[in-house]
Write a protein that binds this ligand. Structure first.
Ligand code: FAD
Ligand code: PHB
Length: 391
């Protein structure tokens, strides 16, 4: 049986960042990942980082390429009823956002981790966690054909929504809150110039759409679509026609189309598990909570959890204190619930839920209010750039 201080399940952004941060403080960890490295790095997901996330990646020493290649955005546009309204995030909050893809973060983290001699067991099968209520938890797994075990002080469950760690908690000790939305997002990545310099969130009678980007020659677009749609029914030409139909005229005229390099449909869901600590097991990131992507909060929340848990583990190993470990769940959840509320609200404001014209007119009235009232725009901006932790 081998040993480490912190066993981390999952080598997504949460697991790798936690391992890297712990390494910079001299704390040993092992990461166990079910998939191959190439598979994890190919998943197209989030693209927008809050300034707190940028600071954390820099603190871990993995931010150099992001600072060179990432795009800094001072504002964001809301489009509705054929018009657009820009929210000046920088003027309203003093904060900016960074456009830098999760795929790039994933590569930067894996490179830095490998260079620092960090241990990731890619393609670890049958991962199971044991005795997390006792003093010496264990993780068992199969790797390269052999069954093995690691003994540790703590287990970090960074294994995403479908992972094994949350599922290992007895049902009576965990509360799950969930909301499933009656539509999905169809996403397309294409090597074409974006329609605008900043992101454009579009409320349209035909359904929501979003114009995002990865660089000034790589665009990421999304369309609200029925949950039961299949990718076969969305050839590129249909995607571009539908997007054009939902965009305000000035952007429709500027839309550059091209072959898609990735196309996927993601269901929209809100989900929060409480609490996030069970003895020596801590749930982190998507293992603990999911938000619909409308507010661009999923990755930011996941990495914020990592920051809070890292501080607590450092305090434990340096000062022998349990205080921050015992506060992890409450501190992380305080942020999670505010982001869950914002993501739910923004999703509700921007999507078509039914043919109900009353609901649609209310959405337009609220969007007009945001466009007219600096207080309303400021409330939006504060949530969008990310609320600071309460303590
Ligand atoms: P994950 O990235 O899910 O990583 C978990 C890792 O654990 C995975 O590598 C998985 O293979 C591994 N794992 C799972 N089970 C096991 C096991 N039993 N044993 C070992 N390893 C295991 N957020 C945004 O902000 N904007 C977006 O546009 C956006 N789009 C998204 C689209 C999709 C399809 C999905 C799924 C998520 C999206 N998100 C988005 C959310 C964002 O990508 C996540 O919040 C982020 O990936 C969370 O990181 P994580 O490390 O906590 O979890
Ligand atoms: C993305 O670029 O993938 C993206 C950006 C903002 C969102 C969601 C997704 O709200």
């Amino acid at each position: 049986m081998s040993r480490t201080q912190v066993a981390i399940i999952g080598a997504g952004p949460s697991g790798l960042l936690l391992s890297q941060l712990l390494h910079t403080c001299g704390i040993d960890s092992v990461v166990l990942e079910r998939r191959a490295r190439a598979y994890v790095e190919a998943r197209i997901r989030a693209g927008l980082l809050e300034s707190g996330t940028v600071a954390l990646l820099n603190q871990a020493g993995v931010g150099a390429r992001m600072m060179r290649e990432g795009l800094v955005h001072d504002g964001v546009e809301l489009a509705f009823d054929g018009r657009t309204h820009r929210i000046d995030l920088k003027a309203l909050t003093g904060q900016q956002m960074m456009v830098y893809g999760q795929t790039e973060i994933q590569k930067d983290l894996a490179d830095a981790h490998a260079a620092a001699g960090g241990r990731v067991l890619w393609q670890a099968e049958e991962v199971a966690i044991h005795d997390f209520d006792g003093h010496t938890p264990r993780v068992s797994y199969r790797h390269a054909g052999a069954r093995q075990q690691i003994e540790c002080d703590f287990i970090a469950g960074c294994d995403g929504y479908h992972g094994v760690t949350r599922a290992s908690v007895p049902a009576g000790r965990i509360t799950l809150h969930e909301r499933v939305y009656p539509f999905g997002w169809l996403g397309v990545l294409a090597d074409v110039a974006p329609v605008a310099d900043e992101l454009v969130y579009v409320n349209h009678a035909r359904g929501f759409s979003l114009c995002s980007m990865r660089s000034m020659n790589r665009s990421r677009y999304y369309l609200q679509c029925p949950l039961d749609d299949s990718l076969d029914s969305w050839p590129d030409a249909r995607f571009w026609d539908e997007l054009r139909a939902r965009l305000p005229e000035k952007y429709a005229a500027r839309l550059v189309t091209g072959a898609s390099i990735e196309k996927s449909i993601a269901p929209l869901r809100s989900f929060v598990a409480e609490p996030l600590r069970f003895g020596r097991l801590f749930l982190v990131g998507d293992a603990a909570h999911i938000v619909p992507p409308t507010g661009a909060k999923g990755l930011n929340l996941a990495l914020a959890d990592v920051g809070v848990l890292h501080q607590a583990l450092v305090e434990h190993y340096r000062a022998g204190s349990e205080t921050l470990l015992s506060e992890y769940s409450a501190r992380a959840l305080a942020r999670v619930w505010k982001a869950t509320r914002f993501s739910w609200w923004f999703t509700t404001l921007m999507h078509r839920f039914s043919a109900d014209t009353f609901a649609y007119r209310l959405q337009l009235a609220e969007l007009e209010y945001i466009a007219q009232s600096e207080a309303a725009a400021c409330a939006f901006a504060q949530n969008y750039v990310g609320l600071r932790p309460p303590h």
